[in-house]
Design a protein around this ligand. Sequence first.
Ligand SMILES: Cc1cc2nc3c(=O)[nH]c(=O)nc-3n(C[C@H](O)[C@H](O)[C@H](O)COP(=O)(O)OP(=O)(O)OC[C@H]3O[C@@H](n4cnc5c(N)ncnc54)[C@H](O)[C@@H]3O)c2cc1C
Length: 471
Amino acid sequence: MKVKTLDGSEIELKQEILDGLKTKLKGPLLTPLDVGFEESRNIWNSMIDRKPALIVRCLGTADVIACVQFARDYGLLICIKGGGHNIAGLAIADGALMLDMSLMRGVWVDPQRRIAHAQAGCIIADVDRETQLHNLATVLGFISLTGIAGLTLGGGFGYLTRRWGWTSDNVTAMDVVTTDAQLVHASIDENPDLFWGLRGGGGNFGVVTTIDYKLYPVGREIIGGVVAWHASEAQKVLELYRTLTSQAPPELTLVAMMRLAPPAPWLPEKLHRKPIIALLACYSGKPDEGEKIVAPIKTFGNPIGDILIRRPYTQMQSLLDATQPKGRRNYWKSEYLPNIEPDLCENIITHAASVPSPHSAVALFQIEGALNNLSKEHSPVGNRDAHYVLNIIGSWEQAGDDRQNINWVRETWDDLKSFSTGGNYINFQTEDEGQGRIDAALGKGLQRLAEVKAKWDPENMLRMNRNIKPA
Ligand SMILES: Cc1cc2nc3c(=O)[nH]c(=O)nc-3n(C[C@H](O)[C@H](O)[C@H](O)COP(=O)(O)OP(=O)(O)OC[C@H]3O[C@@H](n4cnc5c(N)ncnc54)[C@H](O)[C@@H]3O)c2cc1C
């Protein structure tokens, strides 16, 4: 079996060497001929089609240590797959030894201390499911199938961000296998430099095996859902969005989205695939108050569909899942915004009118609140001046349509990027975004991250990420 090494060459690993690795593992070691290999290497964005040489489906920390030690012994390139949702396909590298963490999905909740202890292979739904048993939740993302590890290591935002900050602001500890195959604990008291770097610096410093999150009282019922209007009302609805988000209490998160109507049963069939604007709302405080606060949305203009109701928090967390299935072709551009300018709204309406795919969208996520109150140095996620996330979402099915869809995203971005804070979300960067975009995303924190990298991964063994070169 030929496996890629860190210097870019290949090494032939004989069967007896692979058998030796197998004796150290509890989880399966897969080669391209084995059942399960294809499923494990496939990720959410089907534009990425890379093939590792070997995959270990890790079943615990000891498996991770065995893999890292093996990679060290033979100088192998490794990559780590959590939920496989990274749009740039950072989980997969051609010819590498891949650590597939997706079987490590245990979650333990301590309701007294209000901490969730989650294995790094969890998806968001795994954590919400367990924490909601205690009417608790932490800050996670909008699609419940996303991996917690990649999301948290790059920052993370969702419906609770306005109340409690980036996901990574709510991490209290991580267990990490370092590149010299040692298990260490990272928290504010133990290895604080590593702990700082992990809360925004991505998977650059070690293989994370568990993450501890702070929990807060949420749900189980919240007010949440979507109201949609025909795109002819977009200008007025975006104006409403501007007004509401400027006054919204932190319990309310609003997302505005322009796209073609999906074939959802709550939207009239004759409007499927027609241009719409939708406001997605989640009020995570007391439902009685939430009902009053979202009332102006439900009575505004002439809605074509309304599913903004009292519902379980976990249902809200998975409400958009069907719109983002694994296996489509995807290309995004994203920016942080300081505010919503009328000119920005005009531009969004213009570009949304020429969207080439029924799965694509332009979305605005309000994130302003708790994250703005922490110091710039608190964690490398930085961007403490960001109030909204703009995401131009290109999503389509056929490779033959790549050019048209990518062009639409790029042209839209060209006209919208001047409204940016100058920062962008590292977890939304596509494969073709280079060092300039990493610099813009991480800003002044980069120098300190390079120092943390030099201490914890001086040989840059972990390079399948938004890579930080050791100082
Ligand atoms: C449909 C969709 C919806 C999304 N919604 C949101 C959202 O609401 N909010 C938000 O903040 N982000 C969101 N994202 C972006 C998301 O945060 C990133 O794509 C993130 O990288 C996904 O994490 P993952 O574990 O699934 O990724 P993977 O592709 O598995 O991994 C991403 C990176 O993390 C590294 N990594 C994974 N596990 C480990 C580990 N255990 N130790 C060290 N490194 C590791 C990988 O090596 C890789 O570099 C969304 C993405 C998609 C595709």
